[in-house]
Design a protein around this ligand. Structure first.
Ligand code: SF4
Ligand code: SF4
Length: 316
């Protein structure tokens, strides 16, 4: 990862800015990054997924994940990837977690629901009341296609209309949340204002309803980190993030009560640390050897990419 040097040197170390250790609490959310396969290859992807990747969670790892979901009393299963729908264990995980009455969130790029073999998934997810967290980089075609590829906006709108027709975004039990990412090296505008604009545009032009819009700052790692480094924008971007540091966000960080597990069972404080290969502190590194007690009070491993989560009103 050649961009790591410029990431670390661009601004003062994150730990110095925070001024204290960040310690994990009781874990509540089990986040599983089950595959690197994806039908898209977005410019900002921090885990560098694409159709060329083949890494996928094995069934024995999925079974162990479901064992700890139950025994460690997690409240929420958060399934991500890649396009998690493309994983061989996706339906098993959702069926198992649904049988335990856990809250289930599934991240989606939406377009996968238009591909052969996945068209029935909206109904599958509806029956199990799975919350869909869907990326829609912008409410206009040009900007979305610039980030995700030609035709992605059109496909995403078509899928959102299908989801709404099933009751997503309309029925209280069928939550549909959208995710916004800026298309370049900038910090997103206020979430509430943006949500109001998305709501009006999507309703008026496409009759689409949704519950919430999450505004995400792009993390300076993965493909986006490489681009920042290559184009000489790393310093400027990190300075912006660092200048926008908001101490109030530190007690709300996602990593405080989340355990992030990779497709191979290795464990991380969050999906960004996973992408960097920064496994959790302590001797135990996989869901096969770690115990719940190892997680509580552990020191979260931070680096300058963490400024992404503390800029403005926060983002994780
Ligand atoms: S950002 Fe999401 S949709 Fe895009 S390549 Fe990465 S995993 Fe796939
Ligand atoms: S990137 Fe964000 S969520 Fe991950 S360890 Fe840093 S502050 Fe926590």
């Amino acid at each position: 990862m050649p961009y790591l040097k410029s990431l670390q040197e661009a601004v003062q170390p994150f730990t110095k800015t925070v001024g204290r250790d960040i310690l994990a609490k009781n874990p509540k959310t089990l986040q599983l990054n089950i595959t690197r396969k994806c039908n898209l290859a977005c410019k900002h992807c921090h885990v560098a997924c694409s159709p060329a990747r083949s890494e996928d969670m094995e069934m024995r790892t999925a079974e162990r994940a479901m064992q700890i979901l139950k025994e460690w009393d997690f409240t929420t299963l958060d399934i991500t990837g890649g396009a998690p729908e493309m994983s061989g264990v996706y339906r098993y995980l959702i069926d198992t977690a649904a049988s335990m009455d856990k809250k289930i969130m599934s991240r989606s790029n939406l377009t996968i629901f238009n591909e052969d073999g996945y068209r029935d998934l909206p109904e599958f997810l509806k029956e199990r009341k799975v919350e869909i967290v869907a990326s829609l980089p912008f409410y206009e075609e040009v900007k979305t296609d610039k980030v995700r590829g030609i035709g992605v906006f059109h496909d995403s709108i078509e899928v959102l209309q299908r989801l709404c027709a099933l009751g997503y975004g309309r029925d209280e039990e069928l939550q549909l949340n959208l995710v916004y990412n800026p298309s370049g090296a900038m910090i997103p505008a206020g979430q509430d204002e943006l949500e109001a604009i998305y709501r009006t545009k999507l309703k008026d032009e496409y009759d689409i309803d949704f519950n919430n819009l999450f505004s995400m700052t792009n993390s300076p790692i993965g493909r986006f980190g490489e681009w920042l480094d290559r184009s000489g924008n790393m310093d400027r971007y990190l300075t912006r993030l660092c200048d926008a540091f908001n101490p109030a966000t530190v007690d709300e960080l996602m990593c405080l009560d989340t355990l992030s597990v990779d497709y191979d069972g290795s464990v991380y404080d969050c999906d960004f640390n996973l992408a960097l290969g920064m496994s959790i502190a302590g001797p135990h590194k996989t869901i096969f050897d770690i115990e719940k007690e190892d997680l509580i009070g552990r020191k979260i491993r931070t680096m300058n990419h963490c400024y992404t989560c503390t800029a403005g009103s926060g983002s994780s």
